[in-house]
Design a protein around this ligand. Sequence first.
Ligand code: COA
Ligand code: MG
Length: 285
Amino acid sequence: MTSPSFRPRRSVLYMPGGNARALEKAKTLAVDAVILDLEDSVAPDAKAEARATACAAVTAGGYGGREVVLRVNGLDTPWGKADMAAAVAARPDAILVPKVSSASDVAHAASLAHGIPLWVMIETPLSILNARDIAAAAQSSTMVCFVLGTNDLVKDTRMRTGKERLALLPALSQAVLAARAFGLDCIDGVYNDFRDEAGFAAECEQGVLLGMDGKTLIHPAQVEACNRIFSPSDAEIAAARKVIAAFALPENGSKGVITVDGRMVERLHLAMAERTDAIARAMTA
Ligand code: COA
Ligand code: MG
């Protein structure tokens, strides 16, 4: 298997760190990960209280197999350093660092994280321009994941982006390419209009086409469609297992290229099939 330790990150739900009801509700939702937010969704006057509430929830646990991620404030804000110290004490599965714009921003966060895995927000114009260098910082840090911050990207670039996200596409692809080049996961941005089911599903499907591993969510109503769309379909799993079985036949053991159902299949397709199979197994585990 190519990815025996594959960890699904299809559905990644944000919640304001001070919203105790949401922190509790998240324990009942079929999400792969939760992000307890201390940044954009928390007003300045509520920062200290949200930090205490969120860190207490992390320490208390109860999130089962869900990855628990704490999003701190930017390290150049009045709250960033205290957030990092509280995160280190609470030990979430990962710390999500916002407004990262360079490899040295990753190094700075890593120096404060005491070995806790880092996720980083890709959400500034500079983060897109420096995506390769930021991703390369994975080689000398505990960074494992990019998270697209599309609301901030739109704000800072002044893009006009409608349902098709046309203006955003080059930036999204740049982030995926950089993530893939250095072995990181890449999670798509949020869909703000959480009552628009059809629009949300279409944006999930676009994320799959772009190569995203999953999508960040803002509301429980988005979870089910997100998990479904970011999971391989039954047909994709069956096709992948057919390729694996074909290469496992003794007569194909030394071949580089074979025919399966009238299509050329090479060993690179075997690697893709093994990944699909690993994902399918992880999702039913
Ligand atoms: N995580 C967990 N639970 C959530 C949730 C979330 N993000 N959003 C809503 N819920 C819960 C509510 O607490 C409520 O639970 P209850 O049935 O126990 O009362 C239920 O889901 C229904 O919520 P609803 O009334 O439809 O939404 P709302 O009006 O309370 O909240 C938002 C709407 C947008 C304010 C809220 O969904 C939210 O805060 N989202 C996350 C925002 C965020 O974290 N942004 C930062 C990154 S962009
Ligand atoms: Mg933001």
